[in-house]
Design a protein around this ligand. Structure first.
Ligand SMILES: Cc1ncc(COP(=O)(O)O)c(C=O)c1O
Length: 394
């Protein structure tokens, strides 16, 4: 029997951890509190739209997306000179962007290369297009450039998919040098670089973002989203490419799927982005909101976790990646953690080749500040119990 899809397994961990009394570090749903920061913008934009743009909002959208929204996105999120509003396709979240890219670019048996760990939501769209998912044998930043090149030459990918900033699941970012090399490799070995910038908008204040791959290579398709920094319920994402023929192909595919995203939602989103442009400090408030949670998590891990555990130190986004001792299996550890009142996502869900079962992901996105220290205390207690049971039975 084939293994259940990663997304199905993930839903099990999400559901078990959402039971009463459990502090859940599982979900990557942005905090509902973050939407309150935009409340005034949303109220105002709804009033404006009903007054000024009523007719457009209840009509079909141009499939590529509202010009107003594409302009707003190119002004706020596309940090380079390669693309204008014409080179952007609006999608229903970055998840649809991934599916459209898979449907448009992949032929059966094409290889898609991903980092050592990667987002679990790429599995089904890529498999539906009959791609073969291959991964690097170690995290990209632990490989030499000749090591990376060797894998690329061997795999001959059609697409290299990376999450350059505050990646899901590790929270880590690609170095500037690594970005330059990947851009060079894409040009030399003729593959598409697909960068997923879903978390790039969440660089903690005073932590400047490194250049996007889009700014480094014209072979890049850059995926973005407002889900993590504004509101996932609006379902607005995009694909940007310097090559307009790529965008045209993707537009055609989107036409077969839904004829275009909701105009009402696009106009609301455009108007929020315009307000944000006028008040850049608001974005810093949201980033600082998550940064505080991240700092609480990191200091609690430092204070309470047993010695044999180590973890990443992210500078943005939601995730921390934890490595336990080799003997730990984070799937059975999860069951013990639940008994102690805390949940996390076992690391095996994020590997596309041989998983390292001693890893797991913690997400701060929807854990109230007041629960973080208590959640880590419970995690540390569960870890000590689990390790002493493992030592007993070995
Ligand atoms: C790396 C990554 N890409 C894409 C998505 C999809 O997000 P959305 O469709 O809400 O933009 C997620 C969601 O968690 C994600 O973590």
């Amino acid at each position: 029997m084939s293994k259940p899809l990663k997304i199905v397994q993930y839903k099990y961990y999400l559901k078990e951890s959402s039971k009463d009394g459990i502090i859940s570090f599982v979900g990557s749903n942005p905090s509902s509190k973050a939407s309150f920061f935009y409340r005034a913008f949303i109220d105002q934009s709804l009033r404006n739209i009903m007054k000024r743009r009523f007719e457009e909002c209840f009509s079909y959208s141009n499939t590529q997306g509202s010009n107003h929204l594409r302009q707003a996105i190119s002004g706020l999120f596309i940090d380079n000179i390669r693309v204008s509003a014409d080179s952007i396709l609006i999608t229903n979240g970055s998840q649809q962007a991934i599916s459209l890219i898979a449907q448009t670019l992949i032929r059966p048996n094409d290889n898609v290369l991903v980092d050592h760990t990667s987002y679990l939501g790429i599995e089904k769209p890529l498999k539906d297009s009959r791609a073969r998912i291959q991964s690097f044998p170690k995290p990209l930043h632990e490989l030499s450039y000749s090591g990376i090149e060797k894998v690329i030459k061997y795999v001959q990918p059609k697409i290299l998919y990376v999450i350059p900033d505050f990646a899901n699941p590790t929270g880590q970012s690609l170095t500037g040098e690594l970005r330059t090399f990947l851009a060079e490799f894409a040009e030399r070995y003729r593959f598409f670089l697909v960068e997923d910038r879903s978390y790039s908008c969440l660089a903690y204040p005073y932590n400047p973002l490194l250049p996007s791959l889009l700014s480094l290579s014209s072979d890049t398709l850059s995926i973005g989203s407002i889900s993590k920094c504004i509101a996932p319920g609006l379902r607005i994402g995009w694909i940007a490419s310097a090559q307009i023929n790529n965008i045209n192909k993707l537009v055609l595919q989107k036409e077969t799927v839904d004829l275009g995203s909701s105009m009402l939602v696009q106009e609301i989103s455009a108007s929020i982005l315009e307000e944000l442009r006028k008040s850049p400090k608001l974005m810093d408030t949201i980033k600082a909101f998550y940064q505080r949670r991240m700092e609480l998590l990191l200091s609690s891990l430092e204070k309470y976790m047993p010695e044999d555990f180590s973890w990443t130190i992210p500078h943005g986004g939601f995730f921390v990646w934890v490595n336990g001792p080799k003997s730990l299996d984070s799937r059975s550890f999860f069951q013990r953690a639940l008994l102690n009142g805390v949940g996390f996502t076992p690391g095996c869900l994020f590997y596309y080749k041989k998983p390292q079962n001693n890893t797991f992901r913690l997400s701060i996105s929807d854990v109230p500040d007041t629960d973080i220290e208590e959640g880590v205390k419970r995690l540390a207690k569960a870890a000590s119990e689990e390790l002493s049971q493992i030592h007993h039975s070995s």
